[in-house]
Design a binder for this molecule. Sequence first.
Ligand code: FAD
Length: 604
Amino acid sequence: MPEIAHTDVAIIGAGPAGLMAALALSRLGIVVKIIDRRLPGEIAGQADGIQPRMIEIWDSFGIGDRLRRKGIHVHKTARRNGTGITKSAETLNITVSSTKYPYEVLAPIDVIEGILMDALREHHVFVEQPMVPIDLMIHETSDDNHNDYPVEFTLAKLSEDYIRSRNVSQADRSNLADDADAVESIQVLRAKYLIGCDGAHSWVRKKVGISVGGDQTELTWGVIDFTPVTNLPSCRAKNIIQSPTFGAMGYLPRPNDTARMYILHETPVSSGSGDVLDQQLSVKVADRTPQAIETSFLPFKMEATNVTWSSIYKVAQRVAESFSHKNRVFIAGDACHTHSPKGGQGANASMTDACNLAWKLAYVIRGWAAPAGGLLSSYEDERRPFSKALIEFDKEIFKLFNPRGVAPEEYQELWRLNNMFTSGIGLRYSSSLVVPKFHELAPGLAIGERFPRGNVIRQCDWNPVDLQDLMPYDGNFRLLLFPGDINQPVTAHCLQQSVTALMGDRVGRQCGTSTFKLEIIAVLNASKETDMHSLLPELPIPPKNVYVDDGLRDVGTTGKLYLEFGIKAGGGVAALVRPDGHICMLVPLNPVDVLAVKSYLASL
Ligand code: FAD
């Protein structure tokens, strides 16, 4: 009988969802074990488009710059239409301006996963691979016991040599458990929680009996990665093309002067699986596609050389009926939702699932939130409606395609209308964790959405800072105080009293001596030259947490952010921001109303 190992959270699958979940949990001090059936270094040609909100999130993990450095920045989509391709394509801005990064980063999946794995290594977490789960059992436990390890499963460490020598496909590796030559060791692991991040055909999802609802589309797509030899003027932007012969095509630039092309196929191909289809067909695509590409870009030259990967797939538009089982097993990423890659959303949605879930699990495991309270169930309450909206958007995209092709102008119009959604910037949660009150105090701060960017000056050293940079993914809640015109003695007094009231005793549920932190940040509607000490002699927060709404050099910029957020000079407001950067509550800033923040945190 193998020895039983223990971990706080076990994660099956090390794609974007699994790696992000492991990283987020590790940052919050949670012990994780993450496994994958892939061989080390084995890649799957999938996601490459990272949306603006995800770049912001990567920044909050301290890894955004690595992604921006390694990826292509795409600011515009060009659309090219019909016979005799237009010389000057019409273009559309890729995304909204209300983000620091108004562009999409395109980076191959191995680059994306590589950065996440490097970051994980810094936390001494390594993906164990090739490894598959072979059995799962959930022991009875009380709902309120966060010290118990009720999730037990058996894992098989597979032989790399065996897999390589017999060229065992990824899907078939789960069937190797009975083959003594293929299995190096068997391990039994007990975990407090399990996250199934094991993709569209999730073993975990099936094992706990979660069904998926939705359909498979009738359209078949080919995808090919290659090095273009071209004189196309917009060859380093996205291009949507309507070819009279070959129908709809999407062209994406990739790093190292390479590119990816999506091509709609006229003949639907039958498949039971719902995603990538068989190898032979993929080869056919690779054979046929270079010619289609050459013809469709005329009069420009577009030669597809050095084809490194190709595939053909049919799209399943499905959402799992539930995202969790017994509040102990959760699923995230493609295990919960699948749709077409056309919107460049799958990996983004998967990593956002992980970020939404990780801090909630960490709070419960560390004893800062009740296991049976609403925190864990809010994961499904927040992410499932989003997944359904994503499928609806995908259906809209599909309406624009038919076997004869796509109207690029309609495609672009759909994008323009859905920019807030596709960029991730407009994601708004609505659940028991989000309190929809006092919106009128700051109409520019949407309750449920991520806290927007905003330039301010730090009073203690006059450094310009973006408010978003004050919100790393470190497990802390943050309360941003906007007191109004601080030159008014009554406002200054009210601010001091409010902070004093908040600091009276611990915030949140206490576990032993540990609790999470509520970081208080004041943003004052004042000039950078204001003498803060004389105005606020008793403000009990560190000077580094006091900012003014002013520009560094510009004159007349005082109060711009207050204006943008719609905060009136005479009426203060406090915004509570969750560890994942979403605003969950607004309250009037006075010593009485601000106590609602404490009640909220104590009720987690
Ligand atoms: P996956 O990436 O599928 O990862 C699942 C992991 O689990 C894998 O590593 C797998 O080996 C492992 N696993 C599975 N079963 C087991 C098991 N039984 N035991 C152990 N390990 C297991 N999304 C975007 O956001 N932007 C894009 O531009 C984009 N382009 C795409 C282009 C193509 C051609 C395709 C096919 C997809 C694209 N997507 C895109 C979608 C994106 O790739 C997926 O949504 C994303 O990879 C899902 O992440 P995940 O971690 O949930 O699942």
